[in-house]
Design a protein around this ligand. Structure first.
Ligand code: NAD
Ligand code: TYD
Length: 355
């Protein structure tokens, strides 16, 4: 039986990727490796946790010895690496956590894959036949755009936040293992995701949570910062496609051609929330509050997803309005999930962030 090890599978995007693979490939064993940090939650996978081709392993990717033991035990044919510290604001407060998980953790995984896949006696490229390491990265490595233009796969790296610097570094290590040791790799650089199970420290779920609780909707700076939003299930499908059909050594940009200024996005969210909650139009918008800007805030991200579209036939399956509506509906039907993830440390984080 083929085995694929997915890291960060208890997190937001990872849980959708695990579900996509467990359900689509019943003949493949899917190992979900996750340290269960504040962002990891096995509740995200309740619906598939009893499937016979699914197994969870608790492990921290910064622990090289344990990671190698897990690789030796399960002998994965493929790795899809999503485990990361993922929030820009947290990276500004604690950059070293991001170096440890995103850089050192990625190198530990590359070393473990190289060790179990490479026959030490020959060290030849044939040793890697049928193997693949898929690194999941972000468009933030490319830096900030002005009012025009798009990030392509050829755009130079120019990260600004400790988060994007750590992801850029991990991307470089993944390419270095391909170029130096012949490790078979593919990479995806995706734009901002949204959807079910999104942790409420990020803009969209934070605003949904705050509207439900009548709390302010904090907009950094003037709110004109622009992001390109993609429904998380479309990202999971892109990962499936690139993992199976992407060219060895290649990278693919993934995005929805769906740019929104933060302020316009939050107003659209308020409009949909008012309708769904049966409130008078304009009620939730009154919660919008402009707050101090994020230091080093990137003005605009926008992905040119032509390559993945033309080479692999991928395109988003839902419009933003549809995706946002599905997302709000999910949060409204999963208030227990929201209560669960916003208990404990969340309140401390939130108070430090905005007070
Ligand atoms: P997330 O923060 O929701 O989840 C991260 C997961 O990684 C959690 O389950 C956490 O427990 C796990 N993890 C963290 N540190 C770990 C460690 N040391 N060892 C093992 N597991 C650990 O993140 P996300 O938003 O789902 O992002 C997943 C990946 O996709 C990340 O690599 C991120 O850089 C990338 N990405 C995210 C977005 C986005 O919009 N969220 C966009 C593009 C790319
Ligand atoms: P975020 O969801 O943190 O994603 P990223 O920083 O990876 O793009 O933020 C999306 C945009 O929303 C970004 O421009 C920062 C802004 N933002 C706010 O204005 N207020 C908030 O409370 C948060 C969390 C983000």
């Amino acid at each position: 039986m083929k085995t694929i090890l997915i890291t960060g599978g208890a997190g937001f995007i990872g849980s959708h990727v695990v579900r996509e693979f467990v359900l689509n490939y019943p003949e493949t064993k899917i190992i979900n490796l996750d340290a269960l940090t504040y962002a990891g939650n096995l509740e995200n996978l309740k619906d598939i946790e009893r499937k016979s081709n699914y197994e969870f392993v608790k492990a921290d990717i910064t622990d090289a010895k344990h990671i190698l033991e897990v690789f030796e035990q399960y002998q994965p044919d493929g790795v899809i690496h999503l485990a990361a510290e993922s929030h820009v604001d947290r990276s500004i407060t604690n950059p070293l956590d991001f170096v440890m998980t995103n850089v050192i953790g990625t190198v530990n995984l590359l070393n473990a894959a190289k060790t179990i896949w490479q026959d030490a006696s020959t060290g030849s490229a044939q040793d890697f036949e049928g193997k693949r390491f898929h690194h999941v990265s972000t468009d933030e490595v490319f830096g900030a755009l002005g009012d025009e233009g798009f990030f392509t796969e050829e755009t130079s790296y120019d990260p600004h936040s400790p988060y994007s610097a750590s992801k850029a570094s991990s991307d470089h290590f993944v390419r270095a293992y391909h170029d130096t040791y012949g490790l078979p790799i593919v990479m995806t650089n995706c734009s901002n995701n949204y959807g079910p199970n999104h942790f409420p420290e990020k803009l969209i779920p934070l605003c949904i949570h705050n509207i439900l609780n009548g709390n302010p909707l904090p907009i950094y700076g003037d709110g004109k910062y622009t992001r390109d939003w993609l429904f998380v299930i479309d990202h999971a499908k892109a990962i499936d496609l690139v993992f199976h059909e992407g060219k060895n050594g290649g990278s693919y940009n993934v995005g929805g051609f769906n740019e929104w200024k933060n302020i316009d996005l939050v107003k659209e969210l308020c409009k949909q929330m008012d309708e769904k909650l049966g409130k008078e139009a304009g009620t939730s918008e009154q919660l919008i509050t402009f707050v101090k800007d994020r230091p080093g805030h990137d003005l605009r991200y926008a992905i040119d997803a032509t390559k993945i579209n033309e080479e692999l036939g991928w395109k988003p399956s839902v419009t933003f309005e549809q995706g946002l509506s599905l997302t709000i509906d999910w949060f409204l039907s999963n208030k227990e999930w929201l209560d669960h993830v916003t208990s404990g440390d969340y309140q401390n984080y939130y108070e430090n962030q905005y007070n």
